[in-house]
Write a protein that binds this ligand. Structure first.
Ligand code: ADP
Ligand code: MG
Length: 397
């Protein structure tokens, strides 16, 4: 599953055309509605600027959060429109509706090189159900459809999939970067190929564990998902996060690793806490002896050392999911150790997953990584070797 046969915006005649550009502006907002991390918008600028330079009339579209029913003031794209206006140095008008009268008026008034932004596309009925009527209405706003919303490519929605049925289509430069990095590296990884998986739940990532076991030399498991493996091995896990309905799956994965000759590393020690609280009393215990009433919230120092040792000689590293509750300083040490080990290994490195990426940026190791994906779910699906519907929908080159 590489998508290198699909068409890039570079290969299309966009000069002076009206372009519908689907981006992933799904940025985190604070209580006051300020954007706390603009990275996803910044990563879209290359394609936007290319279209401006080509005198296009640009209709931007994205979702933001998960509005329950229709218009939700808190999830308006207004902060994104403001930020784009600032960073592009030209007004980016926000439409009141999604392809309705207000949109039509604003789009019809666009001059070459001008940009507007649709209101949150998930306010529209039919976006998530990929309704052809909505897809058609969106398509009627432009001559060409460009998708650069990598973070939304695993969703078959009207603005990511359906619209491609009604317009000539291609992907933008962010998607090009994502797929060329991820697909190229996964196709022919420099060995040893080491993968590190963590995060909260094994159920989110079981498909990835399964498919990575066919590819990697070493699989390292940390974070919340490691306790399901501990439980499957018969260890006590205290009050740690554990999916007791996934024990058989965990056993199957360990058996598969053995059969494939994949080195399978679980934690040796754990930092446990009394409560799920950033300031909870905490201590280090052995992985197989988590005391009753305590929960594992990070890997321990012996584990940090063992994992770092395994990462040191890697040719390729794929990392998805923090080693503990890395948002809290008391439980971020394991994630920091892994980030450090990857950064100093010299390996080709891919970081996928929103929380792992956030940790790498926060800890200051971003510029040491080969590629940090902007899409959590989408990058997991690529790792899994499963199709991304929004990319399938695009025309071949
Ligand atoms: P990513 O976004 O990188 O794919 P996930 O979303 O799967 O990662 O997991 C990140 C979340 O997992 C974080 O919110 C983190 O607090 C949580 N987490 C990690 N380890 C533990 C743990 N031991 N117990 C509870 N939550 C954990
Ligand atoms: Mg996450």
């Amino acid at each position: 599953m590489d998508y290198l046969n699909k068409r890039c915006v570079r290969d299309m005649d966009v000069k002076g055309k009206a372009v519908f550009l689907r981006c992933d502006f799904n940025v985190p907002l604070d209580r006051e509605g300020n954007i706390t991390d603009t990275r996803r918008i910044d990563e879209s600028l290359k394609t936007i600027k290319y279209l401006i330079d080509n005198d296009c009339k640009i209709v931007l579209c994205s979702h933001l959060g998960r509005p329950k029913e229709g218009y939700t003031g808190k999830l308006s794209m207004m902060p994104v429109a403001k930020y784009l206006t600032e960073i592009l140095g030209r007004e980016v008008k926000l439409t009141k509706d999604i392809g309705g009268e207000d949109t039509k008026r604003i789009v019809s008034e666009l001059k070459k090189g001008e940009v507007c932004l649709l209101e949150n596309v998930r306010f529209a009925d039919g976006e998530k159900t990929n309704d052809p009527e909505l897809a058609k209405r969106l398509a009627s706003l432009a001559d060409i459809y460009v998708n650069d919303a990598f973070g939304a490519c695993h969703r078959a929605h009207a603005s990511t999939c359906g619209i491609a049925d009604y317009l000539p289509s291609c992907y933008g430069f962010l998607i090009e970067k994502e797929i060329s990095n991820m697909c190229r590296i996964l196709k022919n990884p420099k060995r040893p190929f080491v993968s590190i998986l963590g995060g909260a739940k094994i159920s989110d990532k079981i498909g990835v564990v399964n498919s990575l076991l066919d590819k990697v030399d070493v699989l390292i498991i940390g974070g919340g998902m490691s306790y399901t493996f501990a439980n499957a091995l018969g260890y006590s896990v205290g009050t740690s996060i554990c999916e007791s309905d996934k024990l058989d799956l965990a056993k199957d994965m360990m058996a598969k690793a053995k059969e494939k000759g994949v080195k399978f590393l679980l934690p040796l020690d754990i930092r446990v806490a009394k409560e799920y609280d950033p300031d909870s009393e905490n201590k280090i215990v052995d992985f197989d002896k988590i005391p009753e009433g305590w929960m594992g919230l990070d890997i321990g120092p012996k584990t940090e050392k063992a994992f770092s040792e395994a990462i040191k000689d890697a040719g390729t590293v794929v990392w998805n999911g923090p080693m503990g509750v890395s948002e809290w300083d008391n439980f971020a040490s394991g994630t920091l150790a892994v980030a450090k080990a990857i950064a100093s290994s010299g390996a080709i490195s891919i970081i996928g997953g929103g929380d792992s990426a956030a940790a790498v940026y926060k800890l200051g190791y971003a510029d040491k990584m080969t590629h940090i994906s902007t899409g959590g779910g989408a990058s997991l699906r690529l790792l899994e070797g499963k199709p991304l519907p929004a990319l399938e929908a695009l025309e071949n080159n």
